[in-house]
Design a protein around this ligand. Structure first.
Ligand code: SF4
Length: 325
């Protein structure tokens, strides 16, 4: 499997007032073709900033300070804004939580679907129309020809999200970034959208970066998982490893904070303390104020992270010390 995306030591900052604060603190990860990497963490951990850094859509006060982002082997951080703009939609597609932010309310669904195909794949009007209808059918939309004539406001949230998926996947991007795409949908529609994304990923061999805070969704869709905490990657592994033997205290805390309907005596244990603000200065491990195992070393030294077994990465002094015993 070829690598679609390679992110290495990515540091992104936001300027607030006169100071610049690190929002991503040197994160690294790869995504292969036909693979879904779920990025998990509480709000403010840096998930969305990671996607915006990759797409070159950071707000005016944000910037990538250092590190590398490669898409199909091409370095993105040194490209011009125009070059990167050219990759969006064609090589990189994005699905948001609220499809109305990406759909134009003034244009019909058909116009929006065919425009992308004509622009990115150079299709004729007829070809683009045929492909658009085929993709609407692929995402399970009945009466596709009729839907092509409708405007976004005439459709339900679930239908709009399917149309968004059809629009992005019809262009057959190498990388799909899905930022909480199912959060606003009810559970049955959510399940259908996840099944659909999985199917289209396989059809097109796309690499998917799926952002979510919902471990139930992760269990449904992920091949691999990366856990972020306050701008740092704290753990990464394949789906079975992360669910069956999580090692980082924060990952374990996240698992214990989710209800488990299979166990009668399961008690939800919320992670103590509060999630830090980006402006908060915390020395050493950013999780130490909330960690029951924090030591003086944790308060002084940022854990470098180690591969505890092939493909399983953890950044924690306690885990590292136990491994070395
Ligand atoms: Fe807890 Fe220390 Fe590990 Fe951080 S490095 S998670 S504070 S044990």
């Amino acid at each position: 499997m070829g690598k679609v995306l390679e992110v290495k030591d990515l540091v992104t900052t936001f300027r607030i007032g006169k100071k610049e604060y690190e929002v991503l603190r040197g994160i690294s990860f790869d995504i292969n073709e036909n693979e879904t990497l779920c990025m998990v963490g509480e709000s403010g951990c840096g998930k969305s900033v990671t996607t915006l850094s990759i797409m070159d859509l950071l707000p005016n006060n944000g910037r990538v300070v250092s590190g590398s982002i490669k898409l199909n082997g091409q370095e993105l951080t040194t490209m011009t804004a125009k070059e990167r703009n050219g990759l969006r939609g064609k090589q990189m597609g994005m699905i948001f939580q609220e499809p109305m932010t990406a759909l134009n309310p003034l244009l019909t669904i058909g116009r929006q679907l065919t425009e992308g195909l004509r622009l990115h794949l150079g299709m004729s009007k007829e070809e683009a129309h045929k492909t658009a209808v085929a993709y609407l059918e692929k995402v399970g939309i009945a009466n596709a020809e009729e839907r092509m004539k409708q405007y976004p406001f005439q459709l339900s949230g679930g239908l709009r999200q399917r149309i968004m998926i059809a629009m992005v996947m019809a262009v057959q991007p190498s990388l799909l970034i899905a930022d909480e795409p199912t959060t606003a949908l009810d559970v049955t529609i959510q399940k259908q959208v996840l099944v659909l994304l999985n199917k289209l990923k396989k059809d097109v061999s796309t690499g998917v970066l799926f952002i979510t805070h919902d471990l139930g969704v992760v269990a449904e869709i992920a091949d691999r998982v990366i856990i972020l905490y306050s701008g740092c990657k704290v753990e990464e592994g394949d789906i079975n490893t992360i669910f069956s033997k999580p090692l980082h205290p924060y990952t374990i805390g996240l698992m214990n904070a989710v209800p488990n309907v299979d166990k009668d005596d399961f008690e939800i244990q919320p992670i103590p303390g509060t999630f830090p603000n980006i402006t908060e200065e915390i020395g050493g491990c950013r999780f130490h104020p909330r960690c029951p195992y924090a030591t003086d070393r944790c308060r002084a030294e940022v854990p470098a992270g180690m591969e505890v077994e092939p493909g399983h990465f953890v950044a924690c002094h306690k885990v590292e010390e136990e491994m070395r015993k």
